[in-house]
Design a protein around this ligand. Structure first.
Ligand SMILES: [Zn+2]
Length: 701
């Protein structure tokens, strides 16, 4: 066990523009919660802080799209996220918000310190500006054609189609997402963090972590360092965010880049926690350990500025660079703050064979799960721990959820505890029998000893961020219990050796008690049920010298720890996913950009008429072409059309069509084509005829 005096545990601030899904839980929050709960059980002095990240362009753009204010967006999602965490049992000491005054104060203080310490380089550059909206277009305020894959809706910072990181000036045909207009380039000033000056320091510091950090985290950091750290802009021209301190020259209209203010949110949350503790007036804080009560508001400093504190950031892999390079450089630049001891980032969790996607609605949303599966928090928590993407991407499927609940929770842990409780009630009216320890066999002692050896395994696994291993060790201890019952068969033994039966059930009861203690960091809701039965003192870790459930103790009534999950539930959830995905696809059509303006005279040059296809035949040696005969009322024409891949000759005969009749004739495969059939094309390239009810030969205008 680390000998640190105190611990500061942070979990990535969720972005307040959408609800939480299982990928978030598996990425950062469950691991952080297991670790925090465990350290509290070991009597450690810890704070576990989190809060909503409420700034940045993605929020203001969502607000514009939905016709509401950014404040309405963040209020809505902050509430949903906070309530989901609470119901799911994530044991934050505080869940704060980056829109709170104390966070403004803290972030501006950081900016001042960095400015005073000469950590910034102020640079002027040309950036896109929307003259109509009177605004610079940062990040997602600008879209255009991706230079790499020609996606017409690539963002200023990234193309979501091919995944390329972009800068706005790389976009072809850039346009503003506010006005839709073409932006102009205009000069603007920004504060760049001189990351290049920290290269050597950060490199040495990360190299010193090689043996304790996860290899994928270490590897990602080193590849950034090897590529050379570049100065990075820490300000934006936006009106939603934390203003650059007004006394700094040129601050007007500038806000802190959201990626600067978000991690400072951990610090401001800690300040708010101790402020609420001192004032004994709780709004965001719910301190989870007695140790924190009675502290003063200045105590937050010890958790961030004292060398005997261990700082651990729990994040998903998309946040590694900021938490392992940029934020540590900022902390170092202050010459005051401690750097993280570890950043045990997880990789991604996929869902039913595909990447989790908010925009495609391919996700299991936590608030929906909590509504649809009341009282089943631990069933989800168990499945997510068992599949936690600790070192590589993993996958959640509803079939796996069902099988883990039915074959592991119900069949192993639930079954063992239930058998013991039922037998103790049946034979001894629920009173734990008296035993002579001298009568214990080697096997009995082995089983009792396994309690401590599995407790050690679980501790070691949690301390090294191997939460899957901790869960598997808990399962194995329960399997030891099931095997013990199966080997000694107390239900048979009772007939000819009542004394030995008492001993078996006493030992089995101790195993149940140990499971109640050891499950505390892993399955907190199940522990509540176990405590009602076994009365094991909650909030303590195992001590080897104590009998867990003493002889003479009256067990509580048997209650089922877990229920089986039916096929119908699994099928319903899979259907729901498929349905919401297809709905989001139909809502999410990418429209082709409108062409340049033309005059009415330009339009009136086109002569478009109604017609009917009367004959159709395939064109030899041309897979795509059909030779069509079209009745235009005033005459019949031959038109060659590239629709053979989509329609058969039989299908098109008799179709009503619209024809551009004054297009200059051209020869296709030796056939003269006199005009063009108009077609509408959808996103998948599917064609349909443009039809009118007017008789043949009528003018379309
Ligand atoms: Zn692209």
């Amino acid at each position: 066990m680390c000998a640190s005096k105190r611990y500061t545990i942070t979990a990535a601030l969720p972005y307040a523009n959408g609800p939480l899904h299982i990928g978030h839980l598996a990425g950062a929050y469950i691991g952080a919660d297991i670790y925090a709960r465990y350290l509290r059980l070991r009597g450690k002095d810890i704070v576990f802080v989190c809060g909503s990240d409420e700034h940045g362009a993605a929020i203001t753009i969502k607000a514009i799209k939905e016709g509401v204010t950014p404040r309405e967006i963040v209020d809505k999602f902050h509430t949903i996220i906070r309530d989901s965490f609470q119901q799911f049992g994530i044991s934050f000491d505080i869940y704060h918000r980056t829109s709170e005054p104390i966070h403004y104060e803290t972030s501006q203080e950081f900016f001042r310190i960095l400015n005073d310490k000469n950590a910034f380089d102020i640079r002027e550059s040309e950036q896109y500006y929307d003259e109509e909206a009177h605004q610079f277009l940062a990040d997602r305020y600008i879209v255009g054609t991706c230079p790499k894959c020609s996606n017409e809706n690539a963002y200023g910072d990234q193309c979501e189609k091919c995944g390329s990181t972009l800068s706005p000036t790389e976009l072809i045909h850039p346009r503003s997402t506010i006005s839709g207009g073409t932006p102009i380039l205009r000069k603007t000033k920004h504060w760049y963090l001189k990351l290049d000056e920290y290269q050597e320091y950060i490199q040495k510091w990360i190299e010193s972590k090689k043996s304790t950090w996860k290899s994928h985290v270490y590897g990602q950091c080193m590849s950034w360092i090897d590529a050379g750290l570049q100065p990075r802009a820490m300000t934006r021209d936006l009106n939603w965010g934390i203003p650059v301190p007004p006394e700094i020259d040129g601050a007007e209209g500038k806000v802190l880049y959201v990626w600067l203010d978000a991690p400072i949110g951990y610090v401001s949350a800690t300040r708010q926690l101790f402020k609420e503790i001192e004032e004994n007036d709780f709004h965001f804080a719910q301190p989870k350990s007695e140790q924190l009560l009675g502290r003063s508001k200045d105590d937050w400093e010890k958790y961030w500025q004292s060398d005997d504190t261990t700082l651990v950031h729990f994040i998903g892999k998309d946040n590694i660079v900021f938490h392992c390079i940029t934020f540590p450089a900022i902390l170092k630049a202050t010459e005051k703050y401690i750097l993280p001891d570890n950043v045990p980032a997880n990789e991604f969790m996929n869902l039913q064979g595909d990447k989790i996607s908010t925009s495609r609605n391919w996700a299991v949303w936590l608030h929906e799960y909590l509504e649809e599966f009341p009282g089943k928090q631990d069933e989800l928590r168990y499945t997510l721990i068992a599949n936690m993407p600790e070192n590589k991407d993993s996958e959640f499927t509803w079939q796996d959820y069902q099988s883990r609940v039915n074959n592991e929770l119900v069949a192993n842990l639930g079954n063992f505890v239930n058998r013991v409780v039922v037998l103790v009630h049946k034979y001894y009216n629920g009173i734990v029998p008296q035993v002579e320890t001298a009568s214990f066999s080697t096997y009995d002692n082995q089983v009792l000893d396994s309690i401590n050896s599995y407790a050690d395994k679980i501790s070691a696994a949690i301390e090294s961020f191997k939460f899957r291993d901790a869960l598997m060790a808990l399962n194995e201890l329960s399997s030891v219990g099931n095997k013990y019952l199966a080997d000694l068969e107390p239900w048979k033994l009772i007939k000819n050796d009542p004394k030995a039966t008492e001993k078996v059930l006493f030992i089995a009861t101790q195993l149940c008690g140990s499971l109640a203690v050891l499950a505390q960091p892993l399955l907190p809701f199940t522990v509540d049920k176990l405590n009602r039965i076994f009365g094991v003192h909650k909030g303590q870790w195992l001590t080897s010298d104590k009998v867990l459930v003493p002889s003479g103790y009256q067990l509580g009534q048997s209650e089922l720890l877990f229920e089986k999950i039916d096929d119908a539930i699994v099928n319903y959830q899979i259907e729901k996913l498929e349905k919401s995905k297809s709905q989001s696809q139909s809502n999410d059509i990418a429209y082709v950009q409108v062409k340049n303006e033309i005059s009415f005279d330009d339009f009136s040059k086109l002569d478009i008429r109604t017609g009917t296809i009367v004959e159709a035949e395939k064109v030899l040696k041309a897979d795509k072409l059909l030779k069509l005969t079209v009745d235009l009322g005033f005459e019949t024409r031959t038109i060659v059309s590239g629709i053979a891949e989509y329609f058969s000759t039989e299908e098109v005969i008799g179709k009503r069509v619209s024809v551009l009749v004054n297009l200059a004739p051209r020869k296709l495969k030796g056939i003269e084509s006199n005009g063009m059939i108009l077609m509408a094309e959808d996103n998948e390239g599917k064609l349909s005829f443009v039809q009118s009810e007017a008789p043949n030969g009528m003018v379309i205008r």
